[in-house]
Design a protein around this ligand. Structure first.
Ligand code: NAP
Length: 278
């Protein structure tokens, strides 16, 4: 019998996950199908019950269900529990167990272009993605992490709520802009600059340190104004595609115990987004 996989969210039509996972099933001769399911907020619990009843294997969870779904699962992995959000669920002998692969996916992607050892890191934003990234980065060997957010109090709340293994502090956007030259790695986790608001930047880059690394987890557009500006000033930049591909690859491995081909996944994503892989 075909194995059922999928992604639940609202909206969901734009998701690239079905293409990359269905291709990976084909590549590894797995008789599986991965489908998008439009699940509204008030239908979340019923959809989880339905998944259990159908004996579906695994599914991804996206906006707006990543936090609320935790209460409907049979178990949640320790990292996902700490992060407070689940983006991957696996059916372990009838029990639905939640994981979070967003933060690990981000860290794996960024490691391709930089080391973390003794680096001073700034995270812009304090939402769901920032939460997963902050938690995962704190397990790396970084010197210090600053979280700057439009609503500064949320940055402080985020830091306090996580049991971090690294020194972390909260900042206002203005404070970050004025002290930018002390950061080796700067990560935008806000939606500022995302299509259709492509002219926006989350912070001013006037005091950017030479040769620093600037990452933007947005992948539509592939190169935000923030990244273009950072590149102009000589920074090494990375967009949101590596995070997206790595979180999907880790989820695939959780479901199947097989490491999929990241390059192939990236090619599919880039074709979908109308870009070219180098
Ligand atoms: P979220 O929980 O809603 O958080 C949004 C964050 O952006 C908050 O810190 C919010 O600040 C800030 N923000 C929103 N509009 C702003 C504005 N106009 N000016 C300043 N700050 C603003 O969202 P999320 O789930 O973390 O997702 C954030 C972004 O990451 C989205 O663009 C999403 O597509 C992207 N993402 C990418 C991947 C990937 O795989 N590459 C994975 C997950 C998410 P306040 O607290 O002040 O409201």
């Amino acid at each position: 019998m075909k194995k059922l996989f999928g992604v639940i969210g609202d909206p969901i039509a734009q998701s690239m996950s079905p293409q990359i996972h269905n291709d990976a099933f084909e590549q590894h001769n797995i008789d599986g199908v991965y489908l998008p399911f439009h699940v509204a907020k008030d239908a979340l619990q019923t959809s989880v019950k339905g998944w259990r009843a159908l004996g579906g294997c695994g599914f991804n969870v996206t906006i707006p269900h990543k936090v609320k779904i935790m209460q409907f699962l049979d178990g949640v992995d320790q990292d996902a529990q700490q992060i407070g959000a689940v983006n991957t669920v696996v059916n372990e002998s009838g029990k639905l167990v939640g994981y979070n692969t967003d933060g690990a996916g981000f860290v794996k992607g960024l490691k391709e272009i930089t080391s973390f050892h003794e680096k001073n890191v700034a995270i812009i934003g304090a939402g769901g993605a920032a939460r997963a990234i902050l938690y995962s980065l704190s397990k790396e060997n970084v010197e210090e992490i600053t979280v700057a957010n439009r609503t500064e109090s949320k940055a402080l709340e985020l830091i306090k709520s996580l049991h971090l293994e690294t020194l972390a502090n909260a900042s206002s956007i203005l404070q970050l802009e004025e002290t930018l030259s002390k950061y080796d790695i700067i990560i935008n986790t806000t939606s500022v600059g995302m299509y259709p608001n492509e002219d926006e930047m989350p912070i001013s880059l006037s005091f950017l340190k030479k040769n620093c690394v600037v990452s933007d987890i947005i992948y539509n557009p592939l190169e935000t104004k923030f990244l273009k500006e950072a590149k102009k000033q000589g920074a090494i930049t990375q967009n949101g595609v590596p995070m997206f591909v790595n979180q999907a690859a880790i989820a695939f491995e959780i479901w199947t115990n097989i490491k999929p081909c990241n390059t192939r996944m990236e090619q599919i994503v880039m074709e979908h987004l109308g870009g070219k892989t180098c």
